[in-house]
Design a protein around this ligand. Sequence first.
Ligand code: SF4
Ligand code: SF4
Length: 351
Amino acid sequence: MEKPRTERNTKWKKNYNIDEIKYTKLDLNRDMFYKKPYSCNYWVTHRCNSKCDYCNVWRDPSLKKIPDAKLEDVKVNLVDLKKLGVKFIDFTGGEPLLNKDLPEMLKYARELGFFTQLTNNGSLYPQYAEEIKDSVSQLSFSFDTLDRDEYKRIRGIDNFDNVLKSIKIAKKLKQNICLICTVTNETVDNLPDIVRFCKENKVVVFIHPIFTYFEKKPLKKEYVNQIKKYFWHPYVRVDLSDLDFYAHGGNDINNPRCKAGKSVIAISPDNCLFVPCFHKAVKKIKINGRLYSLYHSDEWKQLFDKAGRYDFCQGCNIPCYLGASPLDKIDRYFFKELLSFGKVQLERIRS
Ligand code: SF4
Ligand code: SF4
């Protein structure tokens, strides 16, 4: 029989003294100098109601068997992440709103002072908007086209009107919205319309090239340069350093830039660490309430020592594991990373 909600919600407190945790709001200036690790990509489900052309999540039969993240596990891990100094949690999936406990997870993460990001496809947001409005620091909707038919072709479902409705509701609720525009060789011509839409509606869009981890063709160099041209446009976020990195061929296994397991921790719905990352997990390690101690163990070093150095890491261009902070590493991308970070803050103020 399912336990009463109140009992389930307080079980974690027996093991953790919440008063020991320092509650802080995200201070962007101070956090440029953050201590590692900085962010966590938290997969709360692998289920999805979309069938995006460039994604394998809905195609992979092994992911279908994995249950959604449990509220109790998430709470325990969030406390440990807080103790580790993590500032930013991206709740992702699949479609994260398919996990019925997500509103509670978001609320708890905000109570602990995390900057919370919810990346979703806009199909379920309208029914959760009111409930989660105070728990999401940044609300991200996937948005690649203004053409209803093309949307259906790219995403495999007829959800275009719902996305527009979601944006409208989120604006009305004064949410911090960021549309995520993934550019492919086929959709690059949509950029002028997308940028115009965002200016007219005063909504920020993050434009980035398609990752190549699902054996998709990389964006052509001339198109990468096309994205760069939008850098100074109002309501546009473009990471110049990530684009340079992409154009230069991505990660170099002899001088890796990947921060998987160092700055960025990736957790699966079945309460495991992805080692080294979700996209190329060679193994999964059960967390079982020991995230904090595991992070400080030699085992962790061994698990993530090869992140960015595996053969399959050559050419990797997944930004989720790269640019957590402009001051993480001073290299050839440093100044553009800093400039891009500054532009993000400008758009934050503008919107
Ligand atoms: S919405 Fe996201 S997880 Fe779902 S199929 Fe599309 S890209 Fe994949
Ligand atoms: S460089 Fe390797 S470990 Fe890092 S994100 Fe890419 S595939 Fe994963």
